[in-house]
Structures are given as C-alpha cells and as structure tokens.
Design a protein around this ligand. Structure first.
Ligand SMILES: [Zn+2]
Length: 399
C-alpha cells in the first residue's frame, strides 16, 4: 500500500528542533517514508490524503502509562475534590491497593479486553507507541499475569507496545522488607527468565520504596540485562534524580521536587526526564517542577500521560501537552518535542521513532489545524484526522 499525504501546511520533522517544513507532501511506500517534497504526485494505486490546512507530525509516543488494570476509582476522585488527601485515602485501603484488589480478581481475558479498548482511545488521539507498566499484581503470579496481558497487546494492537515491570507498592498485610526480598528472589528472576519485560521501574519516594531498596532492585534488574526506569521525586525530594543518574536509568519520571543539580546530573548521565502534568492536575497539587531549570541547563525532557485509574484518566497527548504548557510553563515547541523524539528516547527508541525522515518507517499523525501552535491552543477539540503506523492507516476521518 502506498499513501500520498498531499500539501500539508506544516510538517514537523523533529530533525534539529521542530524541523518545520511548509507546504510539502510525504509519499509513503511499503511502510516507509519514500519521499518528502513539494509538488509530489501519486501513482494511481496510492491513497491520497488531502492535508491542506493540516499539520503533519510524527506519531506520538506515550512513554509512561499504567493502562492494564480493572475497576475504576471515581469515588476516591470525588473524595479528593472534597478535600480528602491521597495519603488518607490510601490509609483506608484506597489508592493503589484498591486497583490491586480488582485487578487480581480479573481474568487475563478481561484485562486484555479493557486495555485493548483503552489503546483504541490512544490511537484516536494520535499515539502510535505506548509504554505499559505492570504493578497492580504485587505477587509473582499476578505481576506475570499483567505482563502476559501486555505481551498480548504487543502482539495484537495496531501500535507499538513497550513492556515494563514496575515495583509499585507493598502489598497489604506484608512488610516492605519482605516484598523487596520477594521481588529480588522470586519476581524479578521469573520476569527476566521469561523475557517478558524490557524495563524495570521502581516507585522511589517517601511512603513508597526508599533509595536503598530502589538501588538494590535496579541493580538486580540490570544484572538480568533489563533497562532501568524510576518514579522519582514525585511526593518529596529523596534525591531520586541523582539516583537515576548514578544507576544509568534510561528515564526518570515525575520529578516534581527535583532540584537544578538533579536536572544537571540527569543531563550529564544521559537520563531522559519525563514530566507527567496530568497527575498534577488530578491531585490538585500546587507544587510544579521548575521548567526554567531545564531551559537553563539545556536539558531535554519528555512528557507522558501517566494514564492510570487513580491520578490520570487522560489518554490524549495533545491534551497532556496543553497541561504541560498551561500548568508548568513548557513552551509549545518543547511540548511537541517532548511527546515525540524525546519520549522515544525515554524508551530507548530515539534512533527509529519520534521523527520524520526519508527512509524511516512511516509513523505519522495528520491534525486538522494549519499551524502547530493551534494543537495546544485548541486542545479541547479532537484535532486528529489520520493516524498512520508503519505505513498503514490505523485511524482516519475525512473532513
Ligand atoms: Zn506512573
């Protein structure tokens, strides 16, 4: 199948910054970007997409989600709006424990069906690659169950799926030390043996896993050749960004309390910082990451949805970009880079995803706006017109 995306107002190639091209067309053949130029004509067999008054950008990469789970938590959401703190809800058996209980009783087929529907929503909003974490099982059998669901999504979904084993919380009625031992002795070896997760991630924070435990777990994961990620400095500054730099993590995520020196250390160590503004909105948290530190230190960052049942139900990266701009003060250009090339780097895929270049696989989104600033400016509208993954149209609507 070949496709001609004709006369786009703007193409954001993400080569050297936004890499903005005006009034050009893209010809896709055999899944690959065969040509980019002005006045391209289509062979008769090609499907033509009229992209006049449209922006074309790389398929978006959601590099942090928890989208395999059962149940929903709108009651806790309502309590939080009424002023009850997340920590208080967690103490009463809500929070992650609530989702763990529901996910454990769900069958693999049920979890697959729920997650597959969520992926359809991602596709409609322009996401063509998604990372999914386990972490609602909290035992060897239950974590493997979730990871098998992620593997099934990887085999069947129309977009690329990246699998992460997450050490998320201590199971109810268990001591932290005992769960850490279980992770080190039983769960991680099984996950590694089955080659069922590319990354290992730990929720490192006050009230979650301290730096010492995090380091032990990540060390073990690395000994199994897994790549590393970390949930860092979300609820307090525990030096999570420094730890990520020291451990050589591919990414460090959340970073609400990270200091400028933490930002610098991540940059020097090649760790991709990942910001998750949807969570800040849902938690109604007043604290914001200091974006100026990233600009001062010339440090690239990614942005992701953190889609999860407790603290962010937003799957649309255009909307998440808008939150990053409006709530964190991220510049529109940086937000666009953050959900494409930088997000691909946060998944160790920066060499092949998140940019538009001749000869590369065609992962593209066509949006119904005539310039890129409107993607954020008009974030309440569904602007995505066409989504193409590896040269195949996986979503489309004619104007
Ligand atoms: Zn998360």
């Amino acid at each position: 199948m070949s496709i001609l995306i004709k006369n786009a107002s703007e193409i954001l190639t993400m080569n050297d910054g936004l890499g903005l091209l005006k009034d050009r067309s893209i010809f896709i053949d055999h899944g690959v970007i065969a040509e980019i130029g002005a006045g391209l004509t289509a062979p008769s067999r090609a499907q033509v997409i009229d992209a006049r008054k449209c922006v074309v950008m790389p398929g978006m990469v959601d590099c942090h989600t928890h989208l395999v789970f059962a149940g929903s938590r709108e009651d806790e959401f309502a309590l939080r709006i009424g002023g009850v703190k997340y920590e208080e809800i967690a103490r009463q058996g809500g929070g992650i424990a609530n989702t763990v209980a529901k996910t454990r009783t769900a069958s693999e087929d049920e979890l697959y069906k729920l997650a597959r529907e969520r992926i359809d929503n991602l596709v409609r909003s322009g996401t063509t690659t998604v990372e999914i974490k386990s972490g609602y099982g909290l035992s060897r059998a239950e974590e493997l169950k979730i990871l098998r669901v992620i593997r099934r999504l990887k085999d069947n979904a129309p977009i690329e799926v990246v699998s992460t084993f997450l050490v998320h919380a201590v199971p109810v009625h268990m001591k932290r030390r005992d769960y850490v031992d279980m992770v080190l002795e039983e769960i991680l070896p099984a996950v590694a043996h089955q080659k069922i997760a590319e990354f290992c991630d730990v929720f490192c924070d006050k009230g979650a896993f301290p730096n010492g435990d995090t380091e032990k777990i990540l060390d073990r994961a690395r000994s199994f050749n897994m790549k590393l990620k970390i949930h860092a400095d979300e609820l307090s500054n525990t030096g999570g960004a420094d730890l990520a730099a020291r451990m050589g993590c591919v990414s460090a995520d959340h970073l609400i309390f990270t200091t400028k020196s933490g930002v610098r250390k991540m940059r020097d160590a090649g760790v991709m910082p990942v910001l998750l503004p949807g969570t800040t909105l849902y938690l109604r948290s007043k604290r914001r990451p200091k974006i100026q530190d990233y600009y001062d230190e010339r440090t690239a960052f990614a942005i992701a949805s953190d889609y999860n049942p407790g603290t962010c139900l937003i799957y649309s990266l255009p909307r998440i970009m808008a939150l990053a701009c409006l709530m964190y003060g991220v510049e529109i250009e940086s937000a666009l880079l953050a959900v494409t090339i930088n997000a691909a780097r946060a998944l160790d895929r920066g060499h092949r995803l998140g940019f538009i270049r001749k000869g590369m696989p065609a992962d593209l989104v066509v949006l119904n706006v005539n310039n890129y600033k409107k993607i954020v400016y008009q974030f309440g509208e569904d602007l995505v017109q066409w989504v193409i993954k590896k040269g195949k149209i996986i979503y489309g609507k004619n104007r």
